[in-house]
Ligand binder design. Structure first.
Ligand code: HEC
Length: 91
């Protein structure tokens, strides 16, 4: 019974912290785009698709068919930011 508190602390550290740490930042989004996408087309194309509200899952499938390299983390980062409005440059 006295280990109960200890266990909840251990479990929070194990499960809660990695989730917080893994929350993608805009910097990471920019890095994924720079690394994975702009070798084939400019970033404007991506920003335009986000503004139109295009579906990321479909774009991803399409890009993979073109030969893009997108790992699960890239996909997650893209998915998180895809839903957010594109911020003007320099912000
Ligand atoms: C191997 C080359 C390649 C890579 C890498 C690539 N794309 Fe594309 N992408 C294309 C081509 C080719 C088109 C044009 C398709 C067309 O005109 O139908 C395109 C078009 C698009 C479009 C326009 C919308 C559409 O449906 O045509 C979006 C958005 C897009 N890419 C997003 C991305 C994102 C995001 C990444 C990175 C995760 C990425 N692409 C990486 C080749 C690539």
């Amino acid at each position: 019974m006295k280990y109960r508190l200890l266990w909840s602390v251990v479990l929070s550290v194990l499960f809660v912290f990695p989730v917080i740490a893994a929350e993608p930042s805009r910097t990471e989004f920019d890095a994924v785009v720079a690394e994975r996408c702009v070798r084939c087309h400019p970033r404007e194309r991506i920003d335009a698709a986000i503004s139109r509200g295009d579906n990321w899952a479909e774009i991803e499938k399409k890009m993979l068919r073109f030969g893009a390299v997108i790992n699960p983390r890239d996909s997650e980062v893209m998915g998180v930011f895809w839903k957010k409005p594109v911020q003007p440059r320099g912000k």
